[in-house]
Design a protein around this ligand. Structure first.
Ligand SMILES: [Cu+2]
Length: 217
């Protein structure tokens, strides 16, 4: 439908928040715009009817200020919980992968058997990220040149990749398949080419892919 199918553990809570906010803002949008159009028609200029000057209605103004304020404060707390889950609580012992964004590609690096980056047993690929299913994985995000944005719509993950800083996101894929990685920051003329794929697969297939990739390096 409107959103691509969810393929990560955090996806459903983000979607819930999205639909909740869309429902609230959609309801008020239709209400307010409907009244605006209705009143514009009802009180349009008519011959023989003089203009009526009104000062407003204090109680009504207090209500339409207080109600949205209360809703916004409630939404802040609701989003804060989801935000904390996404950024703070990484479940279990996560695997790690590093992605170095550059104009115009995603350089992907796995730490290899020793579990450390920048060693000879690292496994590197370009634009092809593979992740084992139901394994929480931390993705370290770095940029070589300009600001990029790591966006996997199916995971509901979007994080700016800023030069000079190491960003962090984590994901626990829940659905096997192949999904798109897009750069969501206009990063130069070749921005449109910054398209990658993430393949979610069972642990054994993932390990076999790592071996094969290492052998072909
Ligand atoms: Cu980019």
């Amino acid at each position: 439908m409107l959103l691509p199918p969810v393929a990560s553990s955090i996806g459903p809570s983000i979607d819930r928040l999205f639909w909740l906010i869309l429902a609230i803002t959609g309801f008020f949008f239709i209400l307010v715009e409907g009244m605006l159009i209705g009143f514009a028609i009802r009180y349009r200029r008519q011959p023989g009817r003089p203009a009526y000057y009104t000062h407003g209605h204090t109680l009504l103004e207090i209500v339409w200020t207080a109600v949205p304020a209360a809703i916004l404060i409630w939404l802040t707390f609701a989003s804060q919980r989801v935000w904390a889950t996404i950024h703070a609580h990484i479940p279990g012992s996560p695997a790690e992968v590093e992605i170095l964004a550059e104009q115009f590609a995603w350089n992907i690096r796995y730490p290899g058997p020793d579990g450390r980056f920048e060693t000879p047993d690292d496994i590197t690929t370009i634009n092809q990220l593979h992740l084992p299913i139901r394994q929480p994985t931390v993705i370290w995000l770095k940029s070589k040149d300009v600001i990029h944005s790591f966006f996997v719509p199916a995971f509901r993950v979007k994080q700016d990749v800023v030069p000079g800083r190491t960003g962090q996101v984590w994901v626990s894929p829940t659905r096997p398949g192949q999904y798109e990685i897009a750069c969501a920051e206009l990063c130069g003329l070749g921005h449109y080419r910054m398209r990658g794929f993430v393949t979610v697969e069972p642990w054994e297939t993932f390990q076999a892919w790592l071996k094969e990739t290492k052998a072909n390096e």
